[in-house]
Ligand binder design. Structure first.
Ligand SMILES: Cc1ncc(COP(=O)(O)O)c(C=O)c1O
Length: 369
C-alpha cells in the first residue's frame, strides 16, 4: 500500500515512544480533548443505565430517528439525507466509498498537508490519493487543484476548519472547489468535524452550497470532547443515500445506542455558552503557546480554527527521529510533519489538548534557546 500505509503506525509509534520515555513528557500528539463534555451528556448516559432493557437493543441502522431529526434541523437538510456513523471517521469512509462507486474515477484529490487517514482510506478502497500543496495561508490552492483534476478524479476531499494547518476555508474557496469537482464530474467531500472550533467567524458549512455533489461529514468527538463515544454523521445528496446506508449496515450493523442517546440529550440541552467557553479556553492556550514559540525562535501557524499548531524549528525538521529527540531531551511529544505529506515535512504539529500546553511551550523555549 505504499507510504500511506505507514502514516497510521507512525502516529501510534510516537505515542508509544512517548509512553516508554524515561521522563515526564507533555503529550501533544493526538487530538483527544482534555476538557469536560457537556453536563447533559453525562446526565444522558446516567439515565440510560437505568432504561428498560429494550432500549439496549439494536437501534435503527441509520441512527436513532430523533437524533437524525435533530442533526437535520441543525444542518438545515432533510433527515432522510443523514446517516449516523461511528464517528466522522466512518462517515468519511462512507462518503469516499460512494465516490468510488459512482464509476466516475478512482482518484481522490487531497491537500498537502493532509489528515493521514484520507490517503489511507483512499488506498484501502482501491483508489489513489493525489496530494496538492496548499497555499502559504494553509488554504487550498484551487488553481493547482484544477490543474491536477481530471476525469479520473472521483472526489475532492477537504477538511475545514483544518487539521493540521488551522485554516478555515471561506465560502468562495469551497465554491471554487465545488466548481472544479463539477467540471470533472467528481464529488466534493467536506469533513467539518472541527465545525465548532472556528475562531475566525469565517466558517460556513459546504451544505449551504445546496448541491447534489456535496457530501459533508462531522461528529461529536471534538465538539463534545468525546472521542471515545464514536458518534458522527454524514449528510449525502438524496440519491447517494441508499448504498451508503447498506454499506454502513453491512460493516457495522449500527452505531452504538448509548452514545447516540447521550449525544441527543446533549444537543437538546447544551447552550452555546459551552462551545464558546471551549473556544475561549483554546484561544488562550494558542496565544500562550505561540508566545513561547516566539521565545524559542520558531516559525509557527496561528490557527484560525481547530486546535493544532504547526511549528518549525531551525535546523530541526519534523522527522520521526527529531520528534523522538524532543521527547527524550525536551519532554514534549508532537507529531512529525512528515506524517501529513511533503509540504510541512519540516514542521512538527502540536495538539493543544493538554492543560500543560504552557509547560510544553516553556520546555521548547528552553530547549531551543
Ligand atoms: C480531520 C479529521 N477528521 C476526522 C477525525 C476523526 O473523527 P471521529 O473521532 O469523529 O471519527 C479527526 C480526528 O482527529 C480529524 O482530525
Amino acid at each position: 500500500m505504499g507510504d500511506d500505509a505507514y502514516d497510521e503506525p507512525l502516529f501510534f509509534q510516537v505515542m508509544q515512544y512517548a509512553a516508554r520515555a524515561d521522563r515526564d513528557v507533555v503529550g501533544m500528539v493526538s487530538g483527544d480533548p482534555d476538557w469536560e463534555p457537556p453536563q447533559a451528556l453525562r446526565d444522558g448516559l446516567r439515565e440510560y443505565a437505568d432504561a428498560d432493557s429494550d432500549q439496549f437493543q439494536y437501534p435503527p441502522s441509520e441512527g436513532l430517528r430523533e437524533l437524525r431529526a435533530e442533526i437535520a434541523e441543525r444542518r438545515n437538510v432533510d433527515p432522510a439525507r443523514v446517516v449516523v456513523t461511528n464517528g466522522a471517521g466512518e462517515a468519511n469512509y462512507l462518503t469516499m466509498a460512494r465516490a468510488m462507486e459512482r464509476g466516475s474515477g478512482s482518484e481522490f484529490l487531497l491537500t498537502d498537508p493532509v489528515y493521514p487517514y484520507y490517503p489511507g482510506k483512499a488506498t484501502m478502497l482501491g483508489g489513489e490519493a493525489t496530494k496538492v500543496p496548499v497555499l502559504e495561508s494553509g488554504d487550498p490552492d484551487v488553481a493547482a487543484m484544477r490543474e491536477a483534476a481530471s476525469p479520473e478524479t472521483a472526489a475532492i476531499l477537504v477538511n475545514t476548519p483544518n487539521n493540521p494547518t488551522g485554516a478555515v476555508y471561506d465560502r468562495e474557496t469551497v465554491e471554487a472547489l465545488h466548481d472544479v469537482a463539477a467540471e470533472n464530474d467528481a464529488l466534493l467531500l467536506v469533513d467539518e468535524v472541527y465545525d465548532h472550533f472556528d475562531f475566525s467567524g469565517d466558517f460556513e458549512s459546504a451544505l449551504t452550497l445546496d448541491s447534489d455533489r456535496v457530501l459533508v461529514t462531522s461528529g461529536y468527538s471534538k465538539s463534545m470532547a468525546i472521542t471515545g463515544f464514536r458518534v458522527g454523521y454524514a449528510v449525502f445528496p438524496e440519491e447517494l443515500v441508499p448504498e451508503a446506508k447498506t454499506r454502513h449496515m453491512l460493516v457495522n450493523v449500527a452505531t452504538n445506542r448509548p452514545g447516540q442517546v447521550a449525544v441527543l440529550r446533549a444537543l437538546r440541552e447544551t447552550s452555546p455558552d459551552y462551545y464558546e467557553g471551549t473556544r475561549d479556553m483554546l484561544r488562550e492556550r494558542i496565544g500562550s503557546f505561540t508566545d513561547a514559540l516566539d521565545a524559542a525562535g520558531a516559525a509557527y501557524t496561528s490557527p484560525r480554527g481547530a486546535f493544532y499548531v504547526l511549528a518549525r524549528f531551525e535546523d530541526f525538521p519534523g522527522t520521526l527521529s527529531n520528534v523522538e529527540t524532543l521527547i527524550d531531551e525536551a519532554g514534549v511529544a508532537g507529531m512529525p510533519g512528515e506524517a501529513f505529506g511533503d509540504a510541512y515535512a519540516d514542521w512538527i504539529r502540536f495538539a493543544l489538548v493538554t492543560p500543560r500546553a504552557d509547560e510544553a511551550a516553556s520546555r521548547l523555549a528552553d530547549y531551543f534557546a
